[in-house]
Design a binder for this molecule. Structure first.
Ligand code: SF4
Length: 280
């Protein structure tokens, strides 16, 4: 009898939930695989990871992973993740979400998590559009492209999320794309080991909605555009990182520094409070 061939990352997958629901050629699976390879290479105990997501195509990642986690309201993954981290500081808590979920509906949570240096990792998959909900304009949609709700192009310029998160105080900030899965994996390893708020944006292809609307005939054509517009730059700061559909979306690691984390700061306050209590 022929033996079943198992996926090399089978130990991390909920195989009973496969096949996944992502469209052929979608970039989300590449990001999930880069994450699992990072976990595998770092030999992190599966019981020490919590994977949290909101709503959207990217938000389905934790559903396929054999880690504890939560699938929560649209845009609310970050505060749930921080709550879990406060209750269980021994866990590595990772948020997965799309650009709509993380920087639009959840944008307020994003900047405050960065400001606090919250001890979590956020992996934001930016495919320039709301995918699951049907192709609406997102705050990351470039001015030059189309969505179903911006058929004459978006009315406003997009966020450069690297700059937004860096300006808010994040202590690890990087941007990669699905065209560079090995570099993405290495960056995820750094983010998982980082103390404090680590944020990785991944430029990714949504061939089914964004691709069709913008006349990329195949997933490969869209991935090629993403590869061609992505420029890896070393030793530049976040405010030199470009987000320009026509010329350059800068890729690389832009912030990596040590600062007291949110948990460190809470512990300091706890110690101060104890001291005051003793004086009374
Ligand atoms: S709609 Fe787009 S982002 Fe969602 S699974 Fe399909 S290709 Fe991927």
């Amino acid at each position: 009898m022929q033996e079943a061939v198992l996926h090399p990352l089978e130990q991390y997958l909920r195989s009973d939930r496969l096949p996944h629901t992502w469209c052929p050629g979608c970039g989300i699976g590449t990001v999930m695989q880069a994450f699992l390879r990072a976990v595998d290479e770092l030999k992190i105990d599966s019981k020490k990871i919590a994977a949290i997501s909101g709503i959207g195509c990217s938000g389905r990642i934790p559903l396929y992973l054999k880690f504890d986690g939560a699938h929560v309201l649209h845009g609310r993954a970050i505060p749930v993740a921080l709550g879990i981290k406060l209750a269980r500081p021994d866990l590595k808590v990772v948020v997965f979400g799309g650009d709509g979920d993380i920087v639009s509906i959840g944008g307020n949570h994003l900047i405050h998590a960065a400001r606090r240096n919250a001890d979590i990792t956020v992996i934001m998959i930016n495919n320039f559009i709301y995918g699951l909900t049907g192709g609406q304009v997102a705050p990351t949609t470039p001015k030059e492209v189309f969505t179903y709700t911006s058929p004459y192009n978006p009315d406003s310029k997009p966020f450069n999320v690297v700059q937004l998160v860096a300006a808010s105080g994040a202590t690890y900030v990087a941007r990669w794309s699905t065209a560079y899965p090995v570099l993405l994996k290495e960056s995820i390893k750094k983010a998982l080991l980082h103390r404090g708020f680590s944020f990785i944006e991944v430029i990714s292809q949504c061939p089914e909605i964004f691709g069709r609307l913008n006349e990329f005939k195949t997933p490969y054509d869209l991935l090629k555009k993403i590869k061609d517009v992505g420029r890896i730059r070393k030793d530049i700061g976040p405010f030199e990182a470009k987000y320009d559909w026509n010329s350059e979306i800068t890729l690389g690691e832009f912030v990596n520094r040590d600062e007291p984390t949110y948990l460190d700061q809470l512990n300091q306050i706890r110690e101060k409070a104890k001291g005051q209590g003793d004086k009374k």
